[in-house]
Ligand binder design. Structure first.
Ligand code: SF4
Length: 427
């Protein structure tokens, strides 16, 4: 099969017009949380904020989500720790009543009991997402700031699976756990999950104090995530250039080129691959990869803060209105911020010049966090626009064409390969 034939499945497009209806709405139900995670976006605090949306306001928000039309966007209740809200199960059940599917993203605490999970399940939650930032208690608890979180998380994970709940495991990729990623994937494969998401830090909240990865390291990890997609269903969060990697890898698989050479992958990639091989992960048990979904801040994605402010992402602190005053549908469809972010022609720097910008666009949150400009180029992407050697195949894939065949052109040598595809590896 040609690259194009495969590419139809290399990226998943949103089923509906992304300018009309988001794929997902994330609601920060509270900032209260007993943990003190090093990377916390919400800079969570022990007590609830009196300005939070109360039960009536939260139900109104659910009706606003339903107003996007059926099928309504997935509604994810996050925090802080949503278990700090006594009305959690009531809101899940209300979501069902108004036709909105609700998933919950709790913190790993002793409140995550089998009984509580059963209540969520009975109320109708469609899934649970849990954080796992290390394959050992030492690594995970160190990152989360409280001893015992690793054990509570694993117990809740197993209990949720036993109840038949869909579980997504989120891993924050940071310097402390870069080399532990294969072992985390092994845990995901062993315990089972609907999805493993590798989250790439955005310098906001407490995450500001954690060391940044180089674009070269990010590229190595993205290619590792692509590889393990045949072992566990894998995606990324705030690493939109994973879609570029998925397209490149799909084309290179068809041309028979060596991805390490053409993409200039580095020692971290080799190390991750070797560890994955030691753990028996490289063989892969899945027939096909889960194609990454084409969403980005404000394009399929909305975040509603604990006070009701609407943001294109939880990591992009620019607000576009408040659901107490303006309907979410109106903010999403018409606000200057959301319509601007959906316009790939407004992107600057390398993202603005990049042939992948309409399916990638980079992390707008990280661009803002690093430069103060949400349209600036993605600081953690090292791709030099136009440098991938199979431009005709890329163009065909992106236009949805069906007749492109891999070009016959000289392959980059090991010595030159990669260099031209990487710029600004060290920042
Ligand atoms: S330069 Fe920007 S648009 Fe192009 S792949 Fe990198 S992040 Fe994506």
């Amino acid at each position: 099969m040609s690259a194009v034939g495969h590419a139809v499945h290399a990226i998943r497009r949103q089923r509906h017009d992304a300018g009309e209806r988001p794929f997902i709405v994330i609601w920060e139900s509270t900032r209260a949380c007993p943990l003190a995670c090093l990377h916390c976006r919400a800079e969570a605090v022990p007590d609830r904020d009196p300005r939070e949306l109360d039960t009536d306001a939260a139900k109104d928000l659910l009706r606003q989500v339903a107003a996007f039309g059926q099928p309504a966007p997935l509604f994810v209740i996050t925090g802080g720790d949503p278990f700090q809200r006594p009305d959690l199960t009531e809101l899940i059940a209300y979501g069902q009543e108004v036709g909105v599917r609700v998933a919950v993203s709790p913190s790993g605490t002793p409140t995550l009991t089998e009984q509580r999970l059963r209540e969520l399940h009975t109320a109708g939650t469609v899934g649970l997402s849990l954080s796992l930032d290390g394959s050992t208690a030492e690594l995970h608890d160190g990152f989360r700031g409280v001893p015992g979180v690793f054990r509570w998380t694993l117990d809740a994970w197993d209990a949720a699976r036993a109840l038949g709940m869909k579980v997504q495991i989120n891993t924050t990729v940071a310097r402390h756990n870069l080399h532990d990623l294969p072992d985390i994937v092994r845990l995901v494969a062993e315990h089972g999950a609907m999805l493993w998401s590798a989250f790439f830090l955005v310098p906001t909240g407490r995450g500001r104090s954690l060391g940044a990865l180089t674009p070269g390291e990010v590229e190595d990890v993205l290619n590792f995530v692509y590889d393990v997609g045949l072992t566990v269903p894998a995606k990324t969060t705030e690493a939109h250039h994973f879609r570029r990697v998925a397209l490149q890898r799909r084309i290179l698989a068809d041309t028979g080129d060596d991805a390490v050479t053409v993409l200039g992958l580095g020692p971290l990639y080799r190390e991750l691959r070797e560890r994955a091989a030691e753990l028996g992960l490289n063989a892969g048990t899945r027939r096909v990869r889960r194609p990454p979904l084409d969403v980005n801040a404000g394009r399929g994605f909305v975040f509603v803060s604990h006070t009701g402010t609407v943001h294109p992402s939880g990591f992009l602190p620019l607000g576009a209105g408040n659901v107490r005053e303006t309907p979410l549908t109106e903010i999403y469809r018409s606000s200057e911020l959301f319509t601007g972010l959906r316009d790939a022609d407004r992107l600057g720097g390398r993202c603005g010049a990049c042939e992948f910008r309409r399916v990638c666009g980079g992390s707008r949150s990280r661009a803002y966090g690093v430069t103060g400009d949400p349209y600036a180029e993605e600081p953690w992407c090292g791709y030099a626009p136009g440098s991938f050697p199979y431009q005709r195949e890329v163009a065909a894939l992106l236009s949805g064409g069906a007749d492109a065949q891999p070009q016959t052109r000289p392959r980059p040598t090991a010595a030159e390969g990669g260099k031209e595809h990487r710029v600004q590896q060290e920042r």
